[in-house]
Ligand binder design. Structure first.
Ligand code: NDP
Ligand code: 2IT
Length: 445
C-alpha cells in the first residue's frame, strides 16, 4: 500500500469531504510501514475496506417549532466498521454537521474503540440541528423526529449511539424514550442514559476524567507532578468541565476555558466556586462564557481561542476539530507548553501536530486521550446486559485501568530509538492492528 495513492483515490471519490480525508491521511501515514509488513493485508485490499464506511444512512428530519413552523434538518448515521463489536459512537447536533465531519468522526472512532480493550466497532451520527436557543419542547420534538427514522438501524447488538457536541443527558433521554417506544424493548441501545433508567455512574465525567488519567500516565514517563501546573482548556461543555474538575481535585491550575464566542483567561487558576458557576452557566442557564468574565471580572478574549494568550504548561483542547492550528502550536511552545492531551476529536491541525512532534513534547491524540468516554459507554453496555449497576468507585477504577492500558499500547507501538514516545503512531498502529486481524479472520464481507 502506498498511502498517497490510497488518499488520492479517496480524494477523487469523495472530493467534498476534507475532514474525512484529513483523518484518513493522518492514520495512513503512520501505519503504512506496519501494513506493508503484512502482504496478506494487501491481497485482501484491507486498507480501502477499512477507510470506506460499511454504510451511511442519510435522512430528512421534519419537526414543528414553538411558533408552529415546520422545520427540516438533515440526519445521518455512519456505520463505519463492526469487525470487533457492534457499531458504537456518539451523535452530534451542531449547525456545522455534514457527512465529511461524521465520516471523519466514525473513522476515528473505529481506532479509538479498538484501543479501549472492549468489544466495540466504530460509528457516528448527527444532524445540522442546533439545540442552542431552542426550547426544551423543541429539542424533544426534534429528538423524537430524528429517532423515528433512525430507530430501525440501531439496537443493543447492532449499533449503540451516545452523546457528543450538542447531545448530553437531556437529548439522550428524549432519543432513548422514543427508541424504546418504537422498538418495544428496554435494552442498552443508547449510552449516556440517565442513572434512573440504565445509565452508568461516571459516564458524564468519563471523557474529561479519562483524559486527565491519560495525561498523568504521560507525565509519569518524565517524572512530572501535575500539582500547580497551569492548564489551558478549550470549550466549556461536557468534556472541558469534567477535565477541569479532575484537574482542580489534583491541585493543577486551570487558567483558561472557552466557548464558540471567546475565551477567558485567569492566570492564577479558577477556583472551585468559579467552576461550579461554569457548570450552572452551561448546563442550567445555557449561557455564554463571556458571562463568567463579567461575573468575576477576568480577562475575556472575544472570538479567540485560549492558545495564543493563555500561558500554560499543558494544553487540553476540548471543543471541536481543527481548533488548534500551526500558529497556535508555535505560540504554545514558545510559552513553554510541554504537554498536549486532546479531549476533542482531531482538534489539532496537521501543521500543529507536526510542530508538537518536531518539538518532541508529550502529545496525545484524541483517539487515545479521550477514549475514556466511550470506554465507560462500553461499561454501561456491559452493566445493561447484566441488568446490574456498578458503584462509582468500581467504574472509576476500571476507567483508570483502561486509560493506563491504552497508554501502554501507545508506548509499545510508538516508542522511537531515542526513547521519544510518538503517541500518534502508537495509537494508530495499536488501534489498526486489532481491527485488521479481526477483518482478516472474517473474510471479505
Ligand atoms: P459539548 O456540546 O458539551 O461542548 C462543546 C464545547 O465546545 C462548547 O463549549 C462549545 O461552545 C464548544 N464548541 C463546539 N463547537 C465549536 C466550534 N465550532 N468552535 C468553537 N467552539 C466550539 O460537547 P462535548 O464536550 O461532549 O464535546 C467536545 C469535544 O469532545 C468534541 O470534539 C467531541 O467530539 C469530543 N468528545 C466527546 C466525548 C463525550 O463523551 N461527550 C467523548 C470523546 C470526545 P458553544 O457552547 O459556544 O457551542
Ligand atoms: O467521540 C466519542 O468518543 C464520543 N462522543 C463518545 C462515544 C460513545 O459512544 O460514548
Amino acid at each position: 500500500m502506498k498511502a498517497v495513492e490510497v488518499i488520492d483515490k479517496l480524494k477523487c471519490r469523495f472530493p467534498n469531504e476534507p475532514e474525512y480525508i484529513q483523518a484518513v491521511e493522518e492514520v495512513l501515514s503512520t501505519i503504512e510501514d506496519v501494513y506493508n509488513e503484512h502482504p496478506e493485508f494487501e491481497r485482501y485490499n484491507l486498507i480501502e475496506r477499512l477507510c470506506i464506511p460499511d454504510r451511511v444512512f442519510t435522512f430528512r428530519v421534519s419537526w414543528v417549532d414553538d411558533k408552529g413552523n415546520v422545520q427540516n434538518n438533515m440526519g445521518y448515521r455512519v456505520q463505519h466498521n463492526n469487525a470487533i463489536g457492534p457499531y458504537k459512537g456518539g451523535i452530534r447536533f451542531h449547525s456545522s454537521v455534514n457527512l465529511s465531519i461524521l465520516k471523519f468522526l466514525a473513522f476515528e472512532q473505529t481506532f479509538k474503540n479498538s484501543l479501549t480493550t472492549l468489544a466495540m466497532g466504530g460509528g457516528k451520527g448527527g444532524s445540522d440541528f442546533s439545540p442552542r436557543g431552542k426550547s426544551d419542547m423543541e429539542v424533544m420534538r426534534f429528538c423524537q423526529a430524528f429517532i423515528t427514522e433512525l430507530w430501525r438501524h440501531i439496537g443493543p447488538d447492532t449499533d449503540v449511539p451516545a452523546g457528543d457536541i450538542g447531545v448530553g443527558g437531556r437529548e439522550v433521554g428524549y432519543m432513548y424514550g422514543m427508541y424504546k417506544k418504537m422498538a418495544r424493548e428496554f435494552t442498552g441501545t443508547f449510552t449516556g442514559k440517565g442513572l434512573d433508567f440504565g445509565g452508568s455512574l461516571v459516564r458524564p465525567e468519563a471523557t474529561g476524567y479519562g483524559n486527565v488519567y491519560f495525561l498523568l500516565n504521560m507525565l509519569a514517563t518524565k517524572g512530572i507532578d501535575i500539582k500547580d501546573k497551569k492548564v489551558a482548556i478549550s470549550g466549556s461543555g461536557n468534556v472541558a468541565t469534567y477535565t477541569a474538575k479532575k484537574l482542580l481535585e489534583l491541585g493543577a491550575k486551570v487558567v483558561s476555558m472557552s466557548d464558540s464566542n471567546g475565551s477567558i483567561y485567569v492566570p492564577e487558576g479558577i477556583n472551585q466556586e468559579q467552576l461550579d458557576y461554569i457548570f450552572k452557566l452551561k448546563n442550567i442557564y445555557r449561557g455564554r462564557i463571556k458571562e463568567f468574565a463579567e461575573e468575576y471580572d477576568c480577562q475575556y478574549f472575544e472570538g479567540e481561542r485560549p492558545w495564543q494568550h493563555a500561558v500554560c504548561d499543558i494544553a487540553m483542547p476540548s471543543a471541536t476539530q481543527n481548533e488548534l492550528d500551526g500558529d497556535d502550536a508555535r505560540a504554545l511552545l514558545a510559552n513553554g507548553c510541554f504537554a498536549v492531551s486532546e479531549g476533542a476529536n482531531m482538534p489539532s491541525t496537521p501543521e500543529a501536530i507536526k510542530e508538537f512532534l518536531t518539538a518532541k513534547i508529550l502529545y496525545a491524540p484524541g483517539k487515545a486521550a479521550n477514549a475514556g468516554g466511550v470506554s465507560v459507554s462500553g461499561l454501561e453496555m456491559a452493566q445493561n446486559s447484566q441488568k446490574l449497576n456498578w458503584s462509582a468507585e468500581e467504574v472509576d477504577a476500571k476507567l483508570k485501568g483502561i486509560m493506563a492500558e491504552i497508554h501502554k499500547q501507545c508506548t509499545i507501538y510508538g516508542t522511537e530509538e531515542d526513547g521519544f514516545i510518538n503517541y500518534v503512531k502508537g495509537a494508530n498502529v495499536a488501534g489498526f492492528m486489532k481491527v485488521a486481524r479481526a477483518m482478516m479472520a472474517q473474510g471479505i464481507i
